[in-house]
Design a protein around this ligand. Structure first.
Ligand code: OXD
Ligand code: MN
Length: 590
């Protein structure tokens, strides 16, 4: 008898008509074989992978994508639930039958002459009751190799699936990389994603944003858990005690730096569990526990350096796990990957991300694409937590929500309680960045940093968050942070990076009830001198400005929040409407 996986593969073969089918086993031998094939394979005259300088970056390979395919394409990303209302105003919606018809037309015969890779993978560890079985189909060798870094691949998944039909199906074909024929279609009610026309991580590594956030957030809604766009860290103090935090930040707002933070304060150590995705469940003791379902980092390269993120630089230079990929960075004359911000010295012989010779003085553009990326195993990370593979995950004491705001939002603010925390997270706004295609620098509402990733109506998602709060004992404290506040000259007022740890230390003191707070209209702020500033040259005047809650700015902010809430018609939970009404009263708004 054929297993469900074999039936699925057979159907895919009939649809795509590949030359060959290859089922991945996740072994190192296989990775080496695929890398060697990718080095020989040419697309538009360019090898899919080129070896980089092994002395500086062991096991590392370079990939250039099609210049039209460098970021997530939200306008081409759809959630195809049976009704438009279920997808909500936060998603593009298409009728599932119409979407499938469209995709089938693209898929039909699109792998002729190519190899179809079948990737049995699991999100979470094999031993975890929270893990999910998945199969991805792809015709991109780059995607297949990236999946090996980002997920756990192996025949155990096939065994786990057996004859059950309960597994995620991710169907991907890169096609002719034509933006007019590019779609990423999600079918949360069928545990299915269809993606065509893009090889970019967020569109093509279907275990990541597509499954672990959009589909999984819907599963979490149905099953009573949360799939979140969050880093997970453990902060160890000199006594050895570890406090676990979740951190949600919109794309390219320093979430990876947060995940690999080297504390500026002596006696502390940060352990990394994840940098992008957290699956959060209620444990047997009634507390929240988080796992990172992934096994790698798909990080933004520009700005990463030994100064800004030394642990990531060490991760990239580690040779423990094979391979590491660099995509759309520039290359220097020593065959090292290069990007803006990697060092203070500028290298003169740079080849840019499109393969052209780069001259800093004449070329009015960056050499590396602003969304150029590295794909590297989390096992290469020197601060990887011992708890990374724990099937139950880590117990969470604090949840941090952050955005990139030049004004309005203080450096840190603690929510009064869970409900107010959910409210603050639901109104989060951030300036747009290069991780999505479109304009950069506008404020967009990005609740919980999940706006592009919530696979169902976000008003229901807010209610789900409130309901989770009712079920947990001892809920984690919720904090809002803004590392990016600027002065009137446009200069950042807070140094950020390692110094952000000073704010985390304050949070630990609050969690342990060691210190008090100062009440403000928007929540609880640190008392004067409560943030440790030893060794930092920052004036009291700036510190005061960092915590300024400006009435005019908030009146403006409240207008934008109301406008945002209106999008959800009458579905915003009453609890959040009450929080908004209270906020208006505090600022004297009718
Ligand atoms: C990412 C993103 O790639 O959030 O992690 O866009
Ligand atoms: Mn992300």
């Amino acid at each position: 008898m054929l297993t469900t996986m074999n039936v699925f593969i057979k159907n895919m073969q009939e649809l795509f008509q590949p030359n060959k089918t290859y089922i991945m086993d996740g072994s190192i031998e296989e990775a080496k074989k695929l890398v060697s094939i990718a080095q020989k394979m040419k697309i538009n005259g360019e090898p899919v992978l080129k070896k980089l300088n092994a002395m500086e970056y062991p096991n590392s390979y370079y990939h250039r994508s099609n210049p039209n395919d460098v970021a997530r394409t939200e306008h081409l990303t759809f959630v195809c639930t049976s009704s438009k209302e279920e997808a909500g105003p936060n998603n593009n919606w298409m009728d599932p039958d119409e979407a499938k018809k469209k995709m089938m037309n693209f898929f039909k015969g699109s792998m002729k002459g190519k190899t179809m890779y079948v990737i049995p993978f699991i999100m979470g560890t094999f031993e975890s009751k929270y893990a999910k079985n998945c199969i991805q189909i792809t015709d991109s060798i780059y995607v297949a190799l990236s999946m090996r870094i980002m997920t756990r691949i192996g025949s155990q998944v096939t065994t786990r699936i057996g004859n059950s039909s309960d597994f995620f199906k991710g169907i991907h074909s890169i096609g002719d990389v034509n933006p007019d024929r590019r779609f990423i279609m999600h079918f949360p009610q069928e545990n299915l994603v269809m993606s065509f026309g893009s090889g970019y991580g967020g569109n093509a590594l279907l275990g990541k944003k597509c499954y672990s956030l959009r589909i999984a957030s819907y599963l979490g809604y149905k099953e009573g858990w949360l799939a979140e766009h969050m880093a997970i860290i453990g902060v160890q103090s000199s006594s050895g005690k570890i406090t676990y935090f979740l951190g949600a930040f919109p794309s390219a707002c320093g979430k990876t730096n947060f995940a690999l933070l080297e504390p500026v304060l002596k006696g502390y150590k940060v352990w990394t569990i994840g940098d992008d995705i957290a699956w959060i469940n209620i444990g047997d003791d009634g507390r929240l526990y988080a796992i990172n379902p992934e096994t790698g980092f798909f990080g933004v390269a520009p700005g990463t350096s030994f100064k800004t993120n030394p642990i990531m630089m060490r991760t990239l230079k580690n040779n423990k796990f094979y391979p590491t990929l660099f995509t759309n960075t520039a290359i220097d004359s020593n065959n090292n990957p290069w990007w803006e911000g990697i060092s203070e010295k500028f290298q003169s012989d740079i080849i840019d991300w499109q393969g052209k010779k780069y001259n800093k003085d004449f070329d009015n553009r960056p050499a590396a694409h602003p969304n150029s990326r590295f794909t590297v195993s989390i096992h290469n990370c020197p601060t990887l937590s011992e708890m990374f593979n724990d099937p139950n995950g880590v117990p969470i004491s604090g949840i941090i929500f952050g955005g990139r705001r030049r004004d309005t939002v203080p450096l840190v603010c603690e929510a009064k309680d869970w409900k107010n925390g959910v409210f603050s997270a639901s109104i989060m706004g951030s300036e747009t960045t290069a991780a999505t295609s479109g304009s950069i620098g506008n404020i967009r509402r990005d609740p919980m940093a999940m706006f592009p990733f919530c696979g169902y109506n976000m008003a229901e998602y807010f209610q789900h968050w409130i309901d989770i709060g009712k079920k947990i004992k001892n809920p984690p404290k919720i904090f809002i942070v803004n590392w990016f506040r600027k002065d009137k000259y446009g200069k950042f007022m807070w140094p950020g990076f390692r110094d952000n740890f000073r704010v985390i230390k304050w949070m630990i003191d609050r969690i342990e009830n060691k210190i008090g707070f100062k009440e403000s209209e928007i929540g609880l702020l640190p008392q004067n001198n409560a943030i440790e500033l030893d060794g930092l040259n920052i004036s009291q005047r700036i510190m005061t400005k960092l915590f300024n809650v400006n009435k005019e700015e908030w009146v403006q902010e409240i207008k934008m929040i109301e406008e945002f809430y209106t999008k959800f018609e009458n579905k915003i939970p009453q609890d959040l409407k009450n929080c908004l009404a209270e906020l208006k009263i505090k600022f004297g708004i009718e």
